[in-house]
Design a protein around this ligand. Structure first.
Ligand SMILES: Cc1cc2nc3c(=O)[nH]c(=O)nc-3n(C[C@H](O)[C@H](O)[C@H](O)COP(=O)(O)O)c2cc1C
Length: 178
């Protein structure tokens, strides 16, 4: 293996990819916006906490600070082009609220087509370097049963994977228990 010391940002790539992007949905008054975030993570099971790291450059960042609630949704690989588009244009220039979506129990916008989605209340925001970690408490869950197995997991081969630099893929349909 080759090795090199790192002083500034990672020079080539984020080696923790591929990841499953979460599409963040925020509504402030009439304004609805969506922003994919592959830097996302579960943080606690009880209470159920989930976090997304957003750059302050994102239009979503300011909206979410005001709205204090948001949705995250997880999508089949067939929606790669939509996710890529949502992550290539800013709500400052384009009305991304025109994409098909519905409002959840708490009024947060959920992008159509997801196999699962959460509605979250914003609990805390903490800055880590050039991104801010938005931690939310899950207050409602949406599940598309046809896309899930008997344990609620996305069916093998379904999820969208992001490999970085605009490249997407899908997991294998083969699964195993080691
Ligand atoms: C697949 C994918 C994943 C992304 N993940 C993140 C992320 O985790 N955090 C972030 O700040 N931006 C991320 N981005 C970039 C934003 O989604 C992108 O800048 C978007 O256009 C911001 O939209 P907004 O200005 O309407 O909020 C990602 C983009 C793509 C395509």
């Amino acid at each position: 293996m080759r090795s090199y010391p790192v002083q500034g940002p990672l020079p080539a790539f984020y080696h923790y990819y591929p990841g499953v992007p979460a599409v963040v949905g925020v509504r402030l008054g009439e304004r609805v916006n969506f922003c994919p975030a592959v830097w996302n993570t579960g943080l606690s099971a009880n209470p159920p906490l989930f976090g997304v790291a957003l750059s302050p450059k994102r239009f979503t960042h300011g909206l979410l600070l005001e709205a204090r609630r948001f949705a995250v949704s997880f999508h089949p690989h067939a929606q790669a082009a939509l996710v890529q588009w949502l992550g290539s244009v800013s709500g400052r220039e384009v009305d991304k609220g025109r994409v098909p979506h519905f409002l959840g129990r708490t009024g947060v916008p959920v992008l159509e087509g997801a196999y699962a989605a959460y509605e979250l209340e914003l609990l805390e925001v903490r800055t880590f370097g050039d991104h801010d970690l938005f931690v939310g408490k899950v207050v409602a869950v949406w599940e598309e049963e046809a896309f899930l197995d008997e344990k609620g997991r996305p069916k093998p081969g379904l999820s969208l994977l992001y490999y970085g630099k605009g490249l997407y893929g899908r997991p294998s349909e083969e699964t195993f228990t080691p």
